[in-house]
Write a protein that binds this ligand. Structure first.
Ligand code: 1GP
Length: 273
């Protein structure tokens, strides 16, 4: 999409009701498959493509993946613009980095979730990787979304690699304190993460605790495997739900469409916030 500066932040924080983001882990699928999956997801209604993973995501692989997805979306947008019944805007979905560190950046992305892993015990994930990456991000001219990233139990690979002091399912007050901190730092997005492939998603009580703090856009991911789980997250106050593993597990395009349609059906739940 090659957006104008500021577009990605506006898109992510827009108050337009619940939306779905597809996570593409470049370490877990080749670039053609990544582009195909992104294209189908956007066609079904996904409104953000996140690119990143905790391991096996060097710059060149991330860059190749972002480029392939952008090219596929550009082609689809162009085709729609030539078709009187086509909707070009449907394909203008930002491709946004969700990096494991300063080694996973690409100028082909439209933006980046510029994250502090708030419950990491390692300064690397609190501030050092960000300082290392900032000059590249400035040079690339990509948009930044100031993001607090909070990893809940079980936490999975990101909990281990990011040395997170995991938030347990009954620690609602701790989540609220982190949400307040994120807000006081000026972060615009708070991402509540259970870990990719988690056997249970984030406890809805924890989402509600974060929702209590006004002004933050809430993203929830990890272990969301069907429309019912998505509904529970939306009812608790999530603005965005993220799925990765579910899509990676689909064997063919029919299964991919079914999985996406099920997840997207959960978005029509009413938020209690
Ligand atoms: C991981 O929240 C995302 O960062 C997605 O998790 O792979 O479990 O869908 P899943």
């Amino acid at each position: 999409m090659r957006s104008e500066h500021g577009d990605v932040l506006a898109h992510v924080t827009a108050k337009v009701g619940p939306r779905h983001a597809l996570l593409i882990d470049p370490g877990k699928q080749d670039v053609e498959l990544a582009a195909r999956r992104a294209l189908v997801a956007v066609e079904r209604g996904t409104r953000l493509i996140l690119v990143g993973g905790s391991t096996d995501t060097p710059d060149d692989v991330v860059h190749a993946t972002c480029t392939a997805i952008q090219d596929a979306l550009d082609l689809a947008a162009m085709a729609a613009s030539q078709n009187p019944e086509g909707d070009e805007d449907q394909w203008r979905v930002p491709v946004v980095l969700f990096p494991g560190g300063a080694h996973a950046l690409s100028p082909a992305a439209d933006g980046i979730l510029f994250m502090m892993l708030m419950n990491s015990t390692d300064p690397r994930f609190l501030i050092s990787e960000q300082v290392r990456g900032a000059p590249y991000i400035e040079r690339f001219g990509i948009d930044t979304v100031p993001t607090g990233y909070l990893v809940m139990a079980p936490g999975g690979e990101v909990g281990r690699v990011g040395k997170a002091d995991l938030v347990e399912a009954d620690e609602a007050e701790r989540v609220k304190a982190n949400a307040l901190t994120a807000s006081m730092y000026g972060f615009r997005l708070l991402y509540l993460e259970a870990g990719s492939g988690a056997n249970a998603p984030v406890n809805p009580d924890l989402i509600r605790a974060a929702r209590d703090v006004p002004g933050l856009t809430l993203m929830v991911g990890g272990g969301l495997r069907d429309g019912a789980a998505v509904s529970r997250a939306i009812e608790a106050g999530a603005d965005w739900v993220v799925t990765g593993t579910l899509i990676e597990e689909t064997a063919d395009s029919t299964a991919l469409v079914q999985a996406l349609d099920d997840v997207l059906s959960g978005l029509s739940a009413q938020s209690s916030s």
